[in-house]
Write a protein that binds this ligand. Structure first.
Ligand SMILES: [Zn+2]
Length: 90
């Protein structure tokens, strides 16, 4: 049996955001995230049609917009928060 190697085309959108840390330390966080979907026979729209770039791009942009609205906590505040949790549990 021959194995067939299919390379699916990737569609990606890169997003950047700069947000103030939600931990209250006043630091700003700059983040970059890549949103990717592949064009493949299993990636279909609600109508059951294989997605094209034109279908995928708006979805990736929507996901990026959602991500941009999410609050972010810096590493320092996350460490403080986990320390606090440990302290309260004991
Ligand atoms: Zn912080």
């Amino acid at each position: 049996m021959r194995t067939q190697r299919i390379v699916f085309e990737k569609v990606s959108v890169k997003a950047n955001k700069t947000v103030k840390c939600s931990g209250g330390c006043g630091r700003s966080r700059r983040l970059t995230k890549k949103f990717t979907q592949t064009i493949n026979p299993f990636n279909k729209t609600k109508a059951g049609v294989v997605k094209t770039r034109e279908d995928i791009y708006p979805e990736l942009h929507a996901a990026a917009a959602k991500w941009k609205e999410q609050p972010e906590t810096c590493l320092h505040c996350r460490i403080d928060a986990s320390k606090g949790q440990r302290r309260s549990r004991s």
